[in-house]
Design a binder for this molecule. Structure first.
Ligand SMILES: [Mg+2]
Length: 286
């Protein structure tokens, strides 16, 4: 492992417990990583509005990869110079990998009429309706609703109409990602592509010869990220098996679930003692 380390971590079922959403067992390791200035990039299906609050509670302060790799949010407080190919959005520079949500809403609105009353999109649901379908509180449903790059669909029709709808969307250029209660209509982005862009950006901007990337995730939407990283950590899930990976070297499957597995794997991989890292927070701010 090279001295320069970056960590990319999924949230639900990985850094947050599948049932309690707590990160308790991982907190001492986060503290240790922060002390050594190791960047921890939360890499999630959540929206920027949802992940901001979680990041703050975890005392993590780095770039964020949101909506399953659709965009990277780089805090202006850490990255003083605007990275190429990004836009300015409040306190962040934003690099996006897929068209904005309106592009997908326009395609969904033009679906054949016999299909258009068989589903509800996130954007057409009220906060109360979304809270009821997802089990989220109304406050959390409001944050979850604020998606910038794709539209989750709650299907209420039969299976063959659903397949016809998906075929229509794919022909129109959409990529479909199947979740639990919803399927997501978005572009061709994934967490792996975002990981590669961000590690390359760090290499060029901070003149790092090499970076060892460690990715941690539990789900199918983490496969691209785990394949793209130098070290892949598959976090054990209480509700499904480890998704299959193509690569077999530098892959760890944890014994513990969620945040306990997160701590277990990093204790195993990280060099001891952990060298103090060069990173934006101590290159640009000092
Ligand atoms: Mg997960």
């Amino acid at each position: 492992m090279t001295q320069q380390i970056m960590i990319f971590s999924d949230l639900d079922g990985t850094l947050m417990d599948h049932y309690t959403y707590k990160s308790t067992e991982a907190l001492p390791v986060i503290k240790q990583l922060n002390a050594a200035h190791v960047p921890i990039v939360l890499t999630t299906s959540k929206t920027i509005a949802e992940v901001k609050a979680i990041q703050k509670n975890l005392h993590i302060n780095d770039a964020l990869i949101v909506e399953n790799g659709a965009a990277i949010f780089l805090p202006k407080a850490l990255f003083k110079v605007q990275p190429q190919d990004t836009i300015s959005d409040g306190e962040y520079w934003v690099k996006s990998f897929c068209p904005p949500v309106q592009h997908w809403l326009d395609i969904i609105a033009k679906a054949p009429t016999q299909l258009s009353n068989l589903f509800k999109g996130f954007s057409s649901l009220s906060i109360a309706e979304l809270a009821e379908i997802t089990g989220l509180t109304e406050a959390d449903a409001e944050l979850a609703k604020n998606r910038h790059y794709g539209e989750p669909i709650h299907w209420t029709g039969d299976e063959s109409s659903k397949l016809a709808f998906i075929e229509y969307l794919e022909t129109a250029g959409a990529t479909i990602l199947h979740g639990g209660r919803f399927f997501h209509v978005s572009g061709e982005s994934d967490k792996g592509r975002a990981l590669k862009w961000l590690t390359q950006y760090y290499k060029e901007t901070f003149q790092f010869n090499n970076i060892s990337s460690i990715a941690l995730g539990d789900g199918k939407n983490d496969i691209a990220m785990l394949e793209a990283a130098d070290y892949a950590v598959q976090i054990r899930s209480p509700v499904h098996d480890f998704p299959e990976l193509k690569k077999h070297t530098n892959v760890i499957q944890t014994n513990n679930y969620g945040p306990a597995g997160w701590a277990e794997a990093l204790d195993q991989i990280l060099p001891e003692p952990l060298p103090i890292q060069k990173c934006p927070s101590n290159i640009l701010l000092n």
